[in-house]
Structure formats: structure tokens, C-alpha cells
Write a protein that binds this ligand. Sequence first.
Ligand SMILES: C[S@@+](CC[C@H](N)C(=O)[O-])C[C@H]1O[C@@H](n2cnc3c(N)ncnc32)[C@H](O)[C@@H]1O
Length: 398
Amino acid sequence: MQGRPYTGSVRATVSEPAARRLRNHYPWARRQDVLELPAVHPGEVVDVHGPEGAWIARAYCNPRAEFPLRLLRWTPGDVGPQFYGTRVRAAYQRRLDMDLGAEAWRWIHAEADGLPGLIVDRFGSALAVQFRNAGVERHRGWILEALREVSGAELAFERSETHERRAEGLSPQSGLLWGALPERVIFSEDGILHRFAPLISQKTGFFLDQRDNRRWLSAQFRPGQALLDLYCYTGAFSLRAARAGLTAYAVDRDPLALTTLEESAAHNGLGSQIALRLGDVPQVLAELRRSGRTFEHIVFDPPTLVKQKSEVPWAKRLIAGALADALAMLRPAGLLLVSSCAHHLRLEDLLEAARWAAGDAGALLEVVRVSYQPPDHPWMLQVPESLYLKSVALRRLE
Ligand SMILES: C[S@@+](CC[C@H](N)C(=O)[O-])C[C@H]1O[C@@H](n2cnc3c(N)ncnc32)[C@H](O)[C@@H]1O
């Protein structure tokens, strides 16, 4: 299906305002930005021109999609095996240069690595791959070849089940790409062994983007303290707490995530210090609050609550309500780490929700740290949407 490398001649034209954005490396054109679109198969490469005829870039074209053009190279050259080899190798070297001190990291973060729609996470000798648009889907053979050659990974599996893919007219897809599929992928993060079920866990298996927050919070842990780990998934915060001599109360509504946490706790010899609670966070919080329990550390790391701007006011109220309950259980000098992985929910929204909650709980809070996604999930200046994870650490003074 991928055919021969694209060397040029098919033309799409965009409006002048869009051309200005695209020339400055913004990678997407919407339907209303396009003046002329060729009748190509979804995902074929085309040349994008401004209305006056000047060449801007090469792009994947999907005439069916809401974003029919996804730009991928702003310099002349073909789009084929050599192109993918170069981009994949550059992203690899970029991660090595980041000196992440980790065996699991995001290798390819889509547009931020010049490969729109491609996500690759590396977990030791295993790769999790996600093809999110018709362009990378069309060229998957070349991409997989490059990934295999550059990484030498023993195993790769696909987790292409995102809403972006549906919006491109593609069906969800998951399965083994090469190697032998284990029941659990196992890897280490700072000496703790984590695991996930490769084809049925959430996303690509593990939330690598919280690594730096986990490291920071771990440095605040003292033996004998207690952590409340809300939206814990497979318990990466809880496991660190248990290793540092704390007790952890881990809450999630995904039964597989909690089973996995239980397995990891046993595997790391930390089982007795972590209590698991299957349930809905707002409900569990209200219940815990009534029980009078208190904690020195609380992590609040919800899923992507908003997919569009109009949902932000609702999400702020939801977060504020939950945080008010959480704050009622936070001991003096305790830390509350609040994250949002929704692009539309800005740092200011998170701070305001926390301020409302502090008012309700009668708590005086100091902002001790603000952080963003770690460098292996790059945030590109010209692509505002590439900033998604924001976190605030708050210390209770009174
Ligand atoms: C961003 S992930 C958390 C990642 C985790 N903190 C880590 O470090 O691995 C969000 C989690 O929230 C869980 N979740 C979503 N809605 C929930 C709800 N209403 N109550 C409990 N858990 C929920 C999902 O199952 C998912 O595991």
C-alpha cells in the first residue's frame, strides 16, 4: 500500500492566513484552510502551496479528515524509507542526548519529532507503537523497518486505538508487530519493576510522562508517612511510596490496573504497604473524608477530562470539588500534587480550581512547584497543542 517514495508533483493549496501559520511550522491545516485539495487516497503525500503558488511543505493528505493536511517536511526531499530512517534516528539520538536516566521513555512524540501521528514508547527491549493518522498508517512498513533497525528491540506491539484515528476514518488496531508477545511487559523505572498487559492495558501501557513528578515527590517522602494515590493506574507513585517506607492508599476504577499494581507490589516485595481501592475517585474521596483519615501526600492525576474548550468550566468545578475533599484530609505541611493532561485545561485553570478548593476546605496553600511534561514528550513552541501535561505541587501551611 505504501508504494514508492513520494518525490513530488501532487498539489494542495491553502488560504493566506493558513499559509502564514504553516510556514512557521504549524503542522495542521483544517478543512476551512484549504482552497484546493487533490483527490488522493487517504494518507498519500502531497505538496502544500500558498495561494500565490509558493511551496510551503510536504504533507500527508486525507481528503476525508477534518484536518486534511498534516505537514511533515519543510525542506525539499522525498518521503520514503530514507526519510523515515533519518527522522527515527534523529528522535532516538535526541532522547539519548536528554540523558533521561531511564530504561523506559517516549521515543517518538508525533509532530514534536517531525512524524505527525506516530507515537512510540520504549520499555526496555519492547516497543509500543501507535499509528494515529492515515499517513503513518499508509507508510507503516517503512516506519516499522526503521524502528526495528534503529532500536534492535526484541518485541514490538501496536496500540492504535485512539479517537484521532477514528477521526481519520481508520478502525482501531492492536496486535503483535514482531517478536513474541509476553503476558506482561516488565521494565524498571528507577529500580522499581513495573508491568502491564501489552494489548489490553490503557494507552501504550504506562504513563511515562509522570516520571519526573514521581522522582520529585519521592524525594519528599519520609518513612512512616501516608500517601493517597488518586487515579493511581498501575500504582507507579504508590510503589515508590512503599519502597520509601510509607503506606499508600491507591484508588482507580480500572480493575486490570489494580490487579497489575497488586502483581507489581508482590514482585517488588512491597505488597503489605499498599491498600487498593477499586472505585470512582469523587465517591471514594467523600467516603474517606467521612472516615476521618489523613495523609501527608496526595496525588491527584485524573484522565483527560476535557477534549474541547467548552468543557473547561465543568472540569474546573469537578476538580475543585474533589480537591476540597482531598484537602480536608491533607495534614499540615502535607503535599498535594495536582495534574492535568488535557491541553485545553491550562495551568491557570488548575490553579483557580485549587484556589476554590482551598477556600472550601479553609486551607492555606503554598505553590511549591509547577512542572510540565518531561523532555521525552517535547513541547514545541509553534504547536501550542503539544503542551498537554501541567502539574502543581501545593504545600498546606495551615
Ligand atoms: C492519567 S492516568 C493516571 C496515571 C498514574 N498516576 C500513573 O502515574 O501511572 C488516569 C487514571 O484514572 C483512572 N480513572 C479515570 N476516571 C476515574 C474515576 N472516575 N475514578 C477512578 N479512576 C478513574 C483511569 O483508569 C486511569 O488509570
